[in-house]
Design a protein around this ligand. Structure first.
Ligand SMILES: [Zn+2]
Ligand SMILES: [Zn+2]
Length: 192
C-alpha cells in the first residue's frame, strides 16, 4: 500500500519512517538529487543554495530508532583565501546518524544535540541538519586555490603569481642594523 504524497508538508530531505517503526531490519532508501538548502556554507566557501546536492542514504530500522548511513555529495564553490581567485571542487561526506524513537530518547531537547537526534513526533526524520553539520564542518577554514598559492602582495595587492620577484623598495636590513648600532653609540655619547 502506498502512502499518498503529502506535498508541501515535507521537504525533499525529510523522510517518513512510519513503516520502519517496530520493524527492525526494515529499511528505506533515500537516493535523490535535491536543491541544496540555504546555509551550507562558511564565509569564503560553500554549497550554493539551489545547486545540486546528491544524497544516497539508507535508513534502517533498529531497536533504538533508525540508523541512517550513506553519503552526500555536492560541488563546493568559493574563493581562495590568499589570492581571491574563484575555486570549486566536489565534496562527498560520509553519513552515519542514529535517530532515536521519540519514546526512547532521553531528555526533552535532544533535537539540538548532534550526537543524539530523535525521530519527530510525526515519525518524520529531518536529514537536512545532519547534512548541514557534516558538510559545513568539512569545508576548509582557509580555502586555497592550490596549496602553494603565493597570494597577493601584502603592500599593494599585486598578484604574486605573475611575478615572484615582485617587491617594494625597502631599507636594506644591513643598513637598518648599522643605523641601530649608530643610535646605540649616540646614546652612549649622551650618557658619557
Ligand atoms: Zn589562490
Ligand atoms: Zn606590491
Amino acid at each position: 500500500m502506498k502512502h499518498p504524497q503529502s506535498t508541501g508538508q515535507t521537504g525533499p530531505l525529510q523522510v517518513d519512517v512510519k513503516q520502519l517503526k517496530d520493524h527492525p531490519g526494515a529499511q528505506e532508501i533515500l537516493s535523490r538529487d535535491v536543491p541544496a538548502p540555504v546555509g551550507f556554507s562558511t564565509v569564503l566557501v560553500g554549497i550554493p543554495e539551489g545547486s545540486n546536492l546528491a544524497v544516497d542514504l539508507r535508513i534502517e530500522s533498529v531497536h533504538e530508532g533508525v540508523l541512517m548511513t550513506g553519503t552526500a555529495s555536492a560541488e563546493v564553490v568559493g574563493e581562495c583565501g590568499r589570492c581571491l581567485d574563484p575555486i570549486s571542487y566536489p565534496l562527498t561526506v560520509d553519513v552515519m546518524q542514529l535517530f532515536s524513537w521519540a519514546d526512547k530518547a532521553q531528555g526533552t531537547d535532544t533535537g539540538e544535540d548532534e550526537e543524539n537526534r530523535a525521530v519527530g513526533e510525526d515519525l518524520m526524520v529531518d536529514v537536512e541538519p545532519v547534512l548541514r553539520d557534516l558538510m559545513v564542518s568539512a569545508l576548509p577554514f582557509q580555502p586555497v586555490c592550490r596549496d602553494d598559492c603565493p597570494g597577493l602582495c601584502s603592500e599593494c595587492g599585486f598578484r604574486m603569481e605573475e611575478d615572484p620577484e615582485h617587491e617594494h623598495e625597502q631599507v636594506d636590513p644591513r643598513w637598518a642594523a648599522l643605523q641601530g648600532l649608530k643610535n646605540q653609540l649616540n646614546d652612549g655619547d649622551d650618557e658619557a
